[in-house]
Ligand binder design. Structure first.
Ligand code: NAD
Length: 263
């Protein structure tokens, strides 16, 4: 039981297709005690049964990260119900639909600000507010995508947010290292989730990755979950500031291995 005795909070479960669900499952199977948050009342109904599945019915809290008072309230609740925690999972992103297709240069400042606030600044704010609760050997994990490192069609505004999130991961890693907290990101390959449904031509992305990744398949939430569990556990005690690709190797491809003579 790699996570036995570890307690943590997972932000970003919407349903059992969520990447955060895969991480929760892997951590719970290894003995972790997990607190869950939900965005709003309609998602509360989805998150509560998931929390029950992992023995966490007493640890379910509201947290819309665009509302600073909800992050503060989360800290108070966690402190009262759990005391110190060993890990935080930030599996949250949002961009208005206009930022996920069409011409990139058309993005409004309003959409830009929303995407950066919810998908990037929230990591800093959550970590800062929950920092007094973090144990000496704690781990923070966020989720990113290759579209933050290279151009991906339609990923547009979220690509800019992920680039900022990846550097936020590194700056936080340096800042919190002296306090014994590690900060890493998983760059997951494409997975059909609620958030992914907002990205234009997402089905094509899935097909493309499957055809061109070295492992010739798409990654699953449980595979991302297992890698996430490793980064949250003491197995990765010397790993911080990493952008860890869990994408069936897709990111190593400079060019697809297509033989034009056969086509
Ligand atoms: P998801 O829809 O299951 O999860 C996104 C979560 O963000 C939801 O739980 C939603 O409630 C939450 N959220 C949105 N706005 C919020 C707010 N204001 N306050 C609190 N929570 C809010 O989809 P997912 O694919 O599991 O996404 C999780 C993370 O993984 C995101 O950061 C996403 O960018 C990243 N990611 C996804 C993929 C993919 O292909 N699905 C690939 C790489 C990275």
């Amino acid at each position: 039981m790699i996570m036995k005795g570890k307690k943590g909070v997972i932000l970003g479960v919407a349903n059992n297709k969520s990447i955060a669900y895969g991480i929760a499952k892997a951590c719970a199977e290894q003995g972790a005690q997990i607190a869950f948050t939900y965005l709003n009342d309609s998602l509360k109904k989805r998150v509560e049964p998931i929390a029950a599945e992992f023995g966490s019915s007493d640890y379910v809290y509201p947290c819309d990260v665009s509302k600073p008072e909800e992050i503060k309230a989360l800290k108070e609740s966690l402190e009262k119900d759990m005391g110190k925690i060993d890990f935080i999972v930030h599996s949250i992103a949002f961009a208005p639909k206009e930022g996920l297709s069409g011409r990139f240069y058309d993005i409004s400042k309003e959409a830009f600000d929303i995407a950066m606030d919810i998908s990037v600044y929230s990591l800093i704010e959550v970590v800062r507010e929950l920092k007094p609760l973090l144990s000496e050997n704690s781990s923070v994990l966020t989720l990113t995508y290759y579209g933050g490192a290279k151009y991906i069609p339609n990923y547009n505004l979220m690509g800019i947010a992920k680039a900022a999130l990846e550097m936020t991961t590194k700056y936080l890693a340096e800042d919190l290292g002296k306090d014994g907290t590690r900060v890493n990101a998983i760059s997951a390959g494409p997975i059909k989730t609620l958030a992914a449904a907002g990205i234009g031509d997402f089905r094509f992305m899935l097909k493309w990755n499957e055809a061109h990744s070295p492992l010739k398949k798409n990654v699953t939430t449980s595979e991302v979950g297992n890698s996430g569990m490793y980064l949250l556990s003491d197995l990765s005690s010397a790993v911080t500031g990493e952008i860890h690709y869990v994408d069936c190797g897709y990111n190593l491809m400079g060019m697809p291995a297509v033989n034009f003579d056969e086509n």
